[in-house]
Design a protein around this ligand. Structure first.
Ligand SMILES: Cc1cn([C@H]2C[C@H](O)[C@@H](COP(=O)(O)OP(=O)(O)O[C@H]3O[C@@H](C)C(=O)[C@@H](O)[C@H]3O)O2)c(=O)[nH]c1=O
Length: 135
């Protein structure tokens, strides 16, 4: 049994109003993606996932930096990705990754809050290992 979210933790000021799950096959990445309005809040259900982040918030102390977070079953946790942080979610294991996302806004089918770049872009100073394919 693993709890995913509890407002009494006072971990995040925004309530839950929308939840979905996604899968990433081995060797694949969802990225790069950036949201201008909402935060993503991820909880890993299965597999091993590395999130590579590139912070383009001008007022951030990590502006211009790359950071990486690994989500794995040995260390269950919920993490948030702020708006205006590019992120690529990479399956670094041999089995499917399954993640629950509790974004701070519901998905707008008519106008998705999402900007994409290919993972091989020159605009982000990061090179993925050979064999990783994005969208
Ligand atoms: C997120 C979402 C997508 N969709 C649809 C729209 C589209 O046809 C299809 C795939 O959409 P997406 O490409 O946005 O979903 P996905 O490929 O899961 O992209 C993900 O990428 C990472 C980097 C993120 O930042 C996540 O927030 C999420 O956007 O699913 C929904 O119907 N509801 C939803 O809540």
């Amino acid at each position: 049994m693993t709890e995913l979210f509890d407002t009494r933790w006072n971990w995040h000021p925004e309530p839950i109003n929308f939840v979905y799950t996604y899968t990433i096959r081995p060797g694949l990445a969802k990225g790069w993606g950036l949201h201008k309005e909402h935060e993503d809040r991820y909880f890993l259900l299965d597999g091993r996932m590395e999130i590579v982040c590139y912070d383009v918030r001008p007022d951030s102390k990590t502006y211009g930096e790359i950071s990486k977070i690994i989500l794995c079953p040995e260390n269950p946790r919920i993490i948030s990705i702020p708006a205006f942080v590019w992120h690529a979610n990479v399956n670094i294991g041999n089995t499917d990754v399954r993640v629950v996302n509790f974004p701070t806004q519901p998905y707008d089918h008519a106008k998705p809050d999402k900007v994409r770049l290919p993972i091989g872009t020159d605009l982000i100073p990061y090179t993925f290992p050979p064999g990783i394919n994005g969208w």
